[in-house]
Design a protein around this ligand. Structure first.
Ligand SMILES: Cc1ncc(COP(=O)(O)O)c(C=O)c1O
Length: 445
């Protein structure tokens, strides 16, 4: 024992740290890992990871830059900002490199934006877990506005004005609305008409729009265009994206933001750079090098993303079919690797048979009894009594890179034994859930 502790008494702290719960997506992952360690078979449908291997060309680029130990500019390297500008310009959003800011993932960039903008934030209900959580960490209030039916990610323009006017009447300062195009948790894409109307309302209400377009390149039908608010309200829209989803490099932590051009955009950039300079200094230099390569979209990466898009479409569609067959109602996913089934049609059966009243009752039962990890709609700001859940099938692609590569290469991945096995297990679990509810007495697994 160090000598000091003999003379200096240890004194417990009189206060507790501010309670900040673990992000629901990370928490379900940890719960499943625990079950797996206990030898319980699991059906991992909770975690929003792309589930495909890193492309070797990206690893090569990262290795080539591993010796770059310097911090570099806060906004990111000139090469990365030029490549990201090119990426957006090819998507009909002409971009000058000077409006691009890089960071260690889009999550910290979103947080920096919220810190810089100040004020309360309108988020869609449901919407990705971190928007509301970050808003409250920033000391502001999340104003939840329902999405139009079947169009996730965008607060209904018809309800937005009323919600903002009411919040302002209570003395709140609402400055920002966040949209997700395409959407997590629903896997859907808002229509161009909805996005245009949202932009018109944002203009009337003097709101900044943050458009999180991290899933833009994972639209299942490549002919389905993603309407960005930056195309309709360029003076007030910030767009964010990252390598995390389309290239499955979430652990590499690299994201970029495209700020508006013009005086407001320049002030916002200065402020975001100030926040960045105090929190992360600069995005990791080797990652920036690899990201510059990725945002230039060489054919080998474009093909890889194309294959992953097809894989997500096939497996997400097959999982949606299994939920629909069990009696849930499901809007067909259009992008990314998520679906958002609604067990509303089975509400009476689930309540009478299992005492289920909320989405977290339902997902808790699925986890405990069947080792099936999904997230309750309430984690996304949905009403607790709505029996919806977010399902992310991408961890079914394989246990190792060999299986994941086979899934990427397969013309019908849902037929591969390990994916077909998981789909059958899903059917079994959902069937048992309904059946055991029907007979009244829940049967232990
Ligand atoms: C909508 C959305 N935005 C942002 C992120 C996180 O992005 P990053 O890895 O760039 O921080 C996620 C990850 O789940 C997401 O679903």
């Amino acid at each position: 024992m160090p000598a000091q502790s003999q003379s200096t008494p240890v004194r417990a702290l009189s206060f507790a740290p501010r309670p900040v719960p673990l992000s629901a997506t990370l928490a379900v992952n940890e719960a499943l890992a625990r079950k797996k360690r206990q030898g319980v078979p699991v059906l991992p449908l909770g975690f929003g990871e792309a589930g495909i291997p890193i492309h070797p060309a990206l690893t090569r680029e990262l290795e080539a830059a591993a010796g770059r130990g310097g911090y570099g500019p806060v906004a990111g390297s000139a090469a990365l900002r030029a490549a990201a500008a090119g990426y957006w310009t090819r998507r009909a959003l002409p971009t000058d490199p000077s409006v691009v800011v890089a960071g260690p993932g889009s999550k910290p960039l979103l947080f920096a934006l919220l810190m810089s903008l100040g004020g309360d934030v309108v988020v869609a209900a449901p919407s990705w877990v971190s928007y509301a959580a970050q808003t409250s960490l920033a000391g502001a209030e999340a104003v939840r506005v329902a999405t139009p039916p079947g169009e996730g990610g965008v607060p209904s323009p018809a309800l937005l004005a009323d919600a903002v006017v009411r919040a302002r009447a209570r003395g709140r300062t609402v400055r920002t609305v966040i949209v997700t195009l395409p959407d997590n948790p629903t896997g859907t894409i808002a229509s161009e008409d909805t996005v245009r109307r949202l932009c018109a309302v944002a203009r009337d209400l003097d709101l900044v729009i943050i458009s999180d377009e991290i899933y833009r390149d994972l639209v299942h039908d490549p002919g389905h265009a993603v309407p960005s608010p930056a195309g309709f309200a360029p003076e007030r829209t910030v767009v964010t994206t990252a390598l995390s989803k389309s290239l499955a490099a979430g652990g590499w932590r690299l994201g970029v933001a495209r700020l508006p051009d013009g005086p407001f955009g320049r002030e916002l950039r200065d402020s975001v750079l100030g926040v960045a300079s105090e929190i992360w200094s600069s995005a990791p230099a080797p990652m920036q090098h690899a990201a510059a390569y990725a945002f230039a979209e060489p054919p080998e990466l474009a093909e890889h993303i194309d294959r992953s898009r097809r894989l997500h479409a096939a497996v997400t569609g097959a999982v949606a079919d299994r939920f629909a067959a069990a009696g849930a109602s499901v809007t067909r996913p259009e992008a990314a690797f998520y679906l958002y089934p609604d067990f509303g049609p089975l509400r009476d059966v689930l309540r009478e048979g299992h005492g289920i009243r909320t989405s977290s009752d339902l997902t808790g039962l699925l986890l405990e009894r069947y080792g099936m990890g999904v997230l309750p709609g309430s984690a996304f700001g949905d009403a607790p009594a709505a029996l919806r859940m977010r399902v992310a099938p991408s961890l079914l692609y394989g246990e190792d890179d060999e299986q994941r590569l086979a899934a990427l290469a397969s013309p019908s991945p849902a037929g591969l034994p390990w994916i077909a096995g998981a789909l059958d297990r899903l059917t079994e679990v959902l069937g048992d859930l309904i059946e055991t509810a029907d007979v009244g007495e829940p049967v232990p697994a």
